[in-house]
Design a protein around this ligand. Structure first.
Ligand code: GUN
Ligand code: ZN
Length: 487
């Protein structure tokens, strides 16, 4: 029986259904972190915001005698007062911090099992970014031996295979490959919290890609510690399905107001720009006085953004959402640029047809769809006199084939005017240099593919005048500039 079923796909993102002992959940989703010691919003309230699953920390419960006894007597669901699924983290992170109560991998796994956790996590070693390779490798060996042990101990509950390896692509790959070989119900990419804090989002892209390409496609992937809504579209586009958010509470404590394109200091807000139940009921002043209200707003916007991500997957517009979100912050622009390095890899997963392609910025020139189009130019078998033109009103009857040039795709036969993706793409009237360059690279590619069979004429209007690739195009084609119509 498969525990994870994929319902929709876009880029490497998917909408899926995960079966747990306390019911099915739909991914992508965010698990609010419940700290049993510091509760600002009760677990029982979480469903209202859109939570389908929660996450709490088994180690924090384990080291507190009272909480531990209650959890062992009545179960974790009773302790938190909810019947929705609960994932428990092993507390690898907290063990670093407190170190007062020692616990072994097998002990904490047995504890998670005994309290009825829906998803258990072994005691991995979260290696920070940019440590030396040897240390990262040694830590990884420990994580892997604990995963091996975990696989023999936990049978009935869902079990997460944690991926570590610091900022090393080779170690992330090795980690993911070994975890996949052992076989887990889901996989969790760990050790990225310091990168998130330092806004190393481009490196995060490398880490997710290195992990994902070695993990099975039919299992959900959790990105540990990524709770800021501005990151969701990006991480989901790369194939992450589960997120946890302590951010809603941590940012509230620091008087920070989350939005899907960044964080605002409450002291700088004149108005509340959001329309959630909190922001439409209370004033800025009241929010300043209540961390709980601020935490509630933070949760509303967090789930709102996840719904937006889901809708974008369903309608095939996740790239556009990602492009808009990543435009909000310079280090996210770097991440978006980094994603375009992986367009060839992402293209393999991306559905072949979608709704119309919207060109939104120079990054759209490097979307997987554009790369796919370029890869398929060899499907045009052409000979004779061929016109490639940037404008429709040409003397087409003199030619055996007529191609129009549409940035960023490049040449397409006039007959395909209505077809996906070129014919259906929507581009601005004023098109940027990146789109033109990619289009002309594809013109060159088509010409090179049909060299010797076809005689090309390349006709262009003044908006293309003087493009650096014209010299190269001139080697294959007769260049003709449109003359301005007399009025
Ligand atoms: N929470 C945030 N990062 C991590 C991690 O790397 N491992 C575990 N187990 N929990 C985390
Ligand atoms: Zn709000």
């Amino acid at each position: 029986m498969t525990k994870f079923e994929i319902l929709h796909k876009d880029l490497m993102g998917r909408i899926g259904k995960l079966r747990t002992a306390h019911g099915d959940i739909e991914t992508p989703t965010i698990m609010p972190v419940i700290n049993p010691n510091i509760i600002s919003i009760e677990a029982s309230e979480m469903k209202k915001y859109g939570a389908e699953i929660l996450i709490t920390n088994a180690y924090i419960i384990y080291r507190n005698r009272d909480l531990r006894d209650k959890a062992q007597r009545n179960g974790i669901h009773s302790l938190l007062g909810t019947e929705i699924p609960i994932m428990t983290d092993s507390g690898s992170y907290q063990l670093y911090e407190y170190k007062d109560v020692e616990v072994s991998n097998s002990e904490i796994l047995e504890f998670q099992r005994s309290i009825g956790s829906d998803v258990c996590v072994p005691l991995d070693v979260p290696t920070p970014p940019y440590v030396n390779w040897k240390r990262a490798k040694e830590d990884l060996e420990v994580t892997l031996s604990r995963l091996r042990e975990a696989r023999t101990l936990t049978q009935d509950n869902l079990l997460a295979g944690v991926v570590q390896g610091s900022t090393y692509v080779d170690l992330r790959e090795e980690s993911a490959r070994h975890a996949a070989e052992l076989g887990f119900d889901l996989y969790a990419i760990g050790g990225v919290v310091p990168l998130l804090e330092s806004h190393g989002f481009d490196k995060l892209v490398d880490i997710i890609m290195a992990s994902k390409r070695n993990l099975p496609l039919n299992a959900p992937v959790h990105l540990f510690g990524a709770g800021h809504p501005m990151l969701f579209s990006l991480a989901v586009a790369l194939g992450c399905d589960l997120f946890d958010s302590a951010a809603y509470a941590i940012y509230a404590k620091g008087k920070r107001y989350l939005t899907s394109d960044g964080t605002k200091k409450l002291e700088n807000l004149r108005v509340l720009p959001c329309s959630c139940p909190v922001c439409t009921t209370y004033s800025v002043t009241e929010l300043r006085e209540s961390t709980d209200l601020l935490a509630a707003h933070n949760l509303w916007v967090t789930f709102e953004e996840m719904r937006m991500v889901k809708q974008s997957i369903a309608e095939g517009s996740l790239w556009e959402l990602c492009e808009r979100r990543c435009r909000a912050y310079p280090s996210l622009v770097d991440a978006l640029k980094r994603i375009t390095n992986y367009s060839a890899e992402i293209e393999k997963y991306d559905p072949a047809t979608k709704r119309p392609f919207f060109y939104l910025s120079e990054f759209s020139a490097h979307r997987p769809e554009v790369l796919r189009y370029s890869n398929r130019l060899n499907r045009f078998d052409i000979s004779g006199r061929v016109l490639i033109t940037t404008k429709e009103e040409s003397e087409v009857e003199k030619f055996d084939h007529v191609f129009l040039v549409k940035p960023p795709f490049g040449p397409y036969p006039v007959e395909l005017n209505e077809s996906y993706p070129v014919g259906q793409s929507e581009i601005p009237v004023v098109i940027d240099a990146e789109a033109k360059t990619v289009a002309l690279q594809n013109v060159l590619k088509l010409m090179a593919l049909n060299k010797g069979k076809a005689n090309f004429v390349f006709q262009y209007d003044s908006s293309w005048d003087g493009h650096p690739l014209f010299e190269e195009i001139g080697k294959y084609a007769e260049l003709v500039q449109f003359v301005r119509q007399a009025t």
